[in-house]
Design a protein around this ligand. Sequence first.
Ligand SMILES: *[C@@H]1O[C@H](CO)[C@@H](O)[C@H](O)[C@H]1NC(C)=O
Length: 213
Amino acid sequence: LTSPPPQRDAADQNFDSMFKLLIIGNSSVGKTSFLFRYADDSFTSAFVSTVGIDFKVKTVFRNNKRIKLQIWDTAGQERYRTITTAYYRGAMGFLLMYDISNQESFSSVQDWATQIKTYSWDNAQVILVGNKCDLEDDRLIATEDGQRLSDELGFEFFEASAKDNINVKQVFERLVDVICVKNAEMEASANQQPNNKDLDIKDSQESHGACAC
Ligand SMILES: *[C@@H]1O[C@H](CO)[C@@H](O)[C@H](O)[C@H]1NC(C)=O
């Protein structure tokens, strides 16, 4: 087994691997609220537009491993696009978010998926999240439409609510699990090609300290 050494930083030696995740989607779909709910278990309905990019850290336990999640919250506004896409490359997973009460945010999902394809690592995993499912009376996007689109794009799908704390933890845990499965697959296929040592090493480095877990 040629798994790379886990990535460490000076502040926290206490983890087995680190996953960099990104939350993307149109402005005001609730990306920052979603992250605050998950990382701090807090919610505020006041909307403050994210300037550029920000992140929070949370450590989770999966299969007896400590995984440090570095979760980046990106500005949805077009004018920050060159800053935010620069962060796509190192990301192992994406939450692509729309608001079930906002038609434009859903219509833009395809565009965001194209951005992922263009700027990110090929093996990055994506979950489509229909946020604000507490706003049933204002719903414009049927659950089946979200499901159908995610099937077309090959992403997993959840509806969630940062406000009512529905499916927030589940979405992050599922993303971590699919990344772990992908890493295990890549490690297995790397081990089947002993003559491709150089390639294996390159792949390992590009996976940013990924471990099969
Ligand atoms: C939503 O996102 C799309 C795709 O990135 C963008 O073209 C569009 O301008 C955005 N709409 C708003 C209202 O921000």
